[in-house]
Write a protein that binds this ligand. Structure first.
Ligand code: ADP
Length: 631
């Protein structure tokens, strides 16, 4: 302490011991004593200030007011004792103003009044307060919701919420202060994030969690909360600061991404992503893994080149070039993919480029076209088969038309001859009226009967065709005497025999009874026998042979006639077909066709052997099962 007035040097020692700035002024407000601290505060040396008016230390603008203010301390020393601390401004030697706290303490020594001025520098405190203001403004204006709760009070009540919190939740300050934060969960407490948060708070640890919270109006929002404990100097947690972040949009976006990833993975189409440079796969979906038989890990070790068979790396890069050069948005081609087990399958490949950071990736969508290929193959086969069927049908149609034409001309011819014979005979019968001409009349009447008989046969054949085609033919199976039928047929055929022709009867059929359709047996035998007569020259023999065993009867008619040309043999049972060597002989080409249909309907068959100019043998086999019912 440096003193200017000896009266107060008693206390100089004491004043140096205190940490505050101390200035003693006399009645004239001249500085009579100043401690080191005070001198340093104002950036003077104490010598510079001793004897100087106190106003030297006060900014000009406050000087007058200050002088008056201090003067009143001298008026009534007792009353003015220990005036309260005031925040005023001091001025340093450099002219810099700074906030100070000043307390005036007047005292008297030896009838002299002095004022002890206690000075404290408030710059630092003001700065701290300013900083605090800035910080609290920062807290208020931050975009994150901030909650501070008191950890020392029961149930950790909220003591502060910032503007962002109020905006985010819709609650006002008064609605949330002194409440525990849990109201933000409403009843939705069974959440993993909530449990983690509780445990962290209990343990006084920090944590970051994602929880479902609800606004005042009930709207759900995803809250990413960071909890930070604040500890006092003893390490005890006094507060928790919760920083809230509304991540609803982010969660939604993540959900969408997850959803798209699921679609990507679940797609049965094969999707591959590979690097355009290294050709290595970076991602492959489930569909692709399933179809190729490779796991994702295995696929990541190979390249697209290993999957595509029969293509060189050079060719593959050529295919990729338009994509890399951005000339094409998409490249499509068909190839074969090789599975892990070595089997291959056809695919339609769609390539598209997509950039990720600096690397260019190629997205492959491969469609397994095995089925399509099979289908096309099948379709082609079906088309070929149908075309063939169509051609065959057309051919048949053509043949049928030709046969019909042939038939019409044949019918007109077949009808003409017997009709003219009948007409001639009828005319002649009329002319031969005398009784002695009875023989001639008989001969002509026989011709008429034979003509009518012949025409009736043709008409019956036509009717038979009609019935057979419509499936209307009804067979009646009965037990009958075989020799009776055979004799009748041969008897009727006798009048057709040419000069010198002879029919040899079958042996061993006397007393034989069979179970069959009598009419059909008669029709078959008649047809075969008439043909044998018709297509054999005069003076030849015709043999009828019949063999019977337990189940079947075999009827054979053989002749030594003109035979059937080899080329025509395969057509012989076709309706209206007639061989080249019989065109001058009467006939319709219907008989054998009808015989074959009947025989087959009755479960039998017909075959023949023939050599041109040597003869033919026709054999019919029919079942004679006595249990057979009507067909
Ligand atoms: P068609 O009325 O012409 O005799 P069929 O259907 O009975 O008709 O016979 C068909 C064709 O089979 C005959 O036109 C003939 O060319 C040939 N044919 C049938 N039987 C004989 C046979 N015994 N000898 C030679 N050719 C025969």
């Amino acid at each position: 302490m440096y003193v200017f007035d000896k009266n107060i040097d008693i206390c100089h020692l004491l004043s140096e011991a205190v940490s505050e700035g101390i200035i003693v002024i006399n009645k004239d407000q001249l500085i009579v004593s100043i401690n080191k601290k005070a001198a340093r505060l104002f950036e003077f040396t104490h010598y510079e200030l001793l004897g100087k008016p106190l106003s030297e230390l006060i900014p000009d603008k406050y000087k007058n007011a200050h002088k008056e203010h201090v003067a009143k301390y001298y008026k009534d020393v007792k009353k003015a004792k220990m005036a309260g601390g005031r925040c005023v401004h001091g001025q340093r030697k450099s002219g810099e103003e700074f906030p100070v706290n000043v307390r005036f303490n007047p005292f008297s020594i030896y009838q002299n009044t002095y004022v002890l001025v206690l000075v404290n520098d408030l710059s630092e405190r003001v700065q701290i307060e300013k900083n605090l203001d800035i910080k609290s403004e920062a807290l208020e204006s931050t975009q994150n919701g901030i909650v501070i709760s008191d950890a020392l009070k029961e149930d950790r009540p909220i003591i502060y919420v910032n503007r962002a919190f109020r905006k985010l939740t819709g609650y006002s300050e008064s609605e949330v202060l002194n409440r525990n934060c849990r109201f933000l969960q409403k009843d939705d407490n069974d959440q993993r994030g909530v449990k983690i948060m509780h445990n962290a708070i209990k343990a006084g640890k920090k944590c970051q969690v994602r929880v479902r919270n609800y606004k005042k109006d009930g709207t759900l929002f995803w809250n990413e909360i960071s909890i930070n404990p604040i500890r006092n100097h003893e390490g005890k947690v006094t507060h928790f600061v919760g920083i809230q972040n509304d991540i609803t949009k982010r969660v939604k976006a993540e959900d969408e991404i997850r959803h798209f990833l699921k679609i990507f993975d679940d797609s049965l189409n094969e999707i591959y992503v590979f690097d355009s440079e290294t050709l290595r796969f970076s991602h492959v979906n489930y569909g692709a893994q399933k179809n190729t038989g490779y796991s994702l890990r295995e696929l990541k070790k190979i390249t697209i080149k290993d999957l595509i068979t029969g293509i060189t790396e050079e060719r593959l890069r050529e295919i990729l070039d338009p994509l890399n050069l951005n000339n094409h948005k998409k490249v499509t081609f068909e190839t074969l993919f090789k599975r892990k087990d070595g089997t291959t399958y056809p695919v339609e490949v769609h390539l598209q480029s997509s950039s990720l950071g600096d690397s260019v990736l190629i997205v492959v969508i491969a469609l397994d076209i095995s089925e399509r290929k099979n289908y096309t193959h099948k379709l082609e086969k079906t088309v070929a088969r149908r075309t063939q069927e169509l051609n065959e049908a057309l051919l048949k149609e053509k043949e049928l038309n030709e046969l019909k034409t042939k038939f019409l001309s044949m019918v007109s011819h077949e009808f003409k001859t017997p009709l003219s014979t009948i007409l001639t005979s009828a005319t002649l019968v009329g002319k031969y009226g005398n009784s002695y001409q009875q023989g001639i009349r008989k001969k002509h009447l026989k011709s008429i009967a034979s003509g009518v008989h012949y025409l009736t046969g043709i008409l019956n054949d036509f009717l038979s065709i009609e019935r057979l085609e419509k499936g209307k033919e009804i067979y009646r199976l009965t037990d009958f005497s075989l020799s009776k039928v055979v004799n009748q047929v041969i008897y009727n055929a006798n009048m057709l025999l040419k000069t010198g022709q002879k029919i040899n009867y079958p042996m061993n059929i006397e007393d034989v009874t069979i179970h069959q359709d009598e009419k059909i047996i008669s029709l078959v035998l008649t047809n075969l026998l008439h043909n044998a007569i018709k297509y054999s020259p005069e003076k030849t023999e015709i043999d009828i042979q019949i063999d019977i065993d337990e189940d079947a009867i075999r009827l054979s008619v053989s002749d030594r006639g003109i035979g059937i040309p080899k080329n025509d043999q395969k057509h012989i049972f076709k309706r209206y077909f007639r061989a080249d060597n019989v065109l001058l002989t009467q006939g319709t080409g219907i008989g054998l066709n009808i015989v074959k249909s009947h025989v087959e309907n009755l479960g039998g068959n017909i075959c023949f052997k023939s050599e041109e100019n040597k003869g033919s043998i026709f054999t019919v086999t029919l079942p004679i099962n006595s249990n057979a019912e009507e067909y």
